[in-house]
Design a binder for this molecule. Structure first.
Ligand SMILES: *Cc1c(COP(=O)(O)O)cnc(C)c1O
Length: 420
């Protein structure tokens, strides 16, 4: 099946007389015939659904759909994108380990890595994603367990050279984890370029309608966890009657461990209702992505032609620093554009406040056009140094094109720019 077909059919195939649409399994528990059956499931938990803290049929149908779109061996949904990135790391890192991450990533993830994981004893070493392989290699230590980057960085709109990072990661015997939130599986297939694990905040384009938050981790099944660096995936898990994930689950070792161990212990599993809504969003994802990209390219060109705009960061624009990488890795550059308004922070805020159609909201990749000023909103916790490292100019604003008629979006921009 192609993506459009998968979005409608993967993950759920009703049998004779069953509902056409995947129903909402609004039940926390499941009934079994005997104590022995329950005992057997505890021995082999992938065989049945036992409890909603880590599995639910409605959520699992969506997991299968996303897994099919990415081309992986398994997926696990979480309650947020933050939870997805947290569990993706914790599944292979413990206190005393380190990770290497690009610095041009989402502010929330920088916080998670630089502050919260640091407190748990996991060190993050940040590298410039445009650095050469030697410089990136220098960030690795004996205890490095993973490399992390964003396919399209939020909000810097840098495109990750996935093959370069996969090469460096694999040379050091560790997996490459990429957050593909802005690209979605429609615009990029990171596994085809060597990424090992993909995460998404499904809160953004995948849901698409700003109705529920969520995240997902997808496992390519391609990474060899038996290379000596990841004993927790190979050696018996004491908390699971001594099973070995690689021995029992082969290629799916990572994603099965994430569910059986981390989701069991942390319980950040989405509700069936949320998965039902996410599924509705996924059904139209290919159509919507096509239009977001089309609208954004027109808007980016409009911004680029305006003498009130100092810079436009949109990798779909010819001449953009990341144009070539976008051509190589992406089928489109999403609906998000970063711009710097001439006159810095104060003018950026005036421009934002002058918009009538585009709403000022703490969101991005929404069906409605929205704007945000990272330096004074989402990224206000970052120091000036971190802002620059994350690719954020204080005058930068993030313009997220929605699915309104693009002429209306441009007219709104026009009237607000005219007031500056
Ligand atoms: C929004 C976002 C996140 C965090 O996702 P939530 O669902 O808000 O927790 C992570 N990564 C990227 C790239 C994002 O845009």
């Amino acid at each position: 099946m192609r993506d459009e077909t998968k979005c409608l059919h993967a993950g759920y195939t009703p049998k004779n007389g069953e509902p056409r649409v995947m129903p909402i399994y609004q039940s926390t528990t499941y009934v079994f015939d005997s104590t022995k059956v329950v005992g057997d499931i505890f021995d082999e938990p992938t065989q049945a659904v036992i409890y909603s803290r880590f599995a639910n049929p409605t959520v699992m149908a969506v997991e299968e759909k996303i897994n099919a779109l990415e081309g992986g061996v398994g997926a696990m949904c979480t309650t947020s994108g933050q939870a997805a990135n947290l569990l993706a790391i914790l599944n292979i890192c413990k206190a005393g380990d380190s990770i290497v991450s690009t610095s041009q990533i989402y502010g929330g993830t920088i916080n998670l890595f630089a502050v919260t994981l640091e407190k748990q004893g996991i060190e993050c070493i940040f590298v410039d994603q445009d650095a050469d392989e030697e410089t990136i290699s220098a960030a690795f230590k004996e205890n490095t367990k993973a490399v992390f980057g964003e396919v399209i960085a939020n909000p810097a709109m840098c495109v990750l050279d996935i093959e370069k990072f996969a090469r460096v990661a694999h040379k050091h015997g560790v997996p490459l984890i990429v957050d593909s939130t802005f690209a979605t599986p429609i615009l990029c297939k990171p596994f085809e370029f060597g990424a090992d694990i993909v995460t998404h905040s499904t809160t953004k384009y995948m849901d698409g309608h700003a109705v529920q938050g969520g995240g997902v981790i997808v496992d390519s099944g391609n990474f060899d966890w038996t290379n000596g660096k990841f004993p927790e995936l190979v050696e018996p898990d004491e908390s699971y009657h001594g099973i070995s994930y690689t021995k029992n689950y082969g290629k799916a070792a990572y994603i099965v461990k994430a569910r059986m161990q981390l989701m069991r212990d942390f319980g950040c599993y989405p509700a069936a209702n949320s998965a039902f809504l996410l599924n509705l969003g996924l059904e139209t994802l290919p159509l919507r992505m096509e239009r977001y990209c089309e609208n954004a390219l027109k808007v980016a060109k409009y911004f680029a032609a305006s003498d009130k705009i100092e810079a436009v960061m949109y990798p779909g624009l010819e001449g953009d620093k990341y144009y070539d990488l976008a051509q190589k890795y992406l089928k489109g550059c999403s609906g998000v554009i970063s711009i710097i308004v001439k006159g810095g922070k104060e003018k950026a805020i005036r421009f934002m406040d002058g918009l009538k159609l585009a709403s000022n909201e703490v969101h991005v990749a929404d069906i409605r056009t929205c704007v945000l000023h990272p330096a004074s909103e989402t990224h206000r916790q970052l120091t000036d140094e971190q802002l620059v490292a994350a690719g954020i100019n204080p005058g930068m604003m993030r313009f997220s094109c929605g699915l309104e008629n693009v002429e209306d979006i441009i007219e709104d921009i026009e009237q607000s720019l005219a007031q500056l």
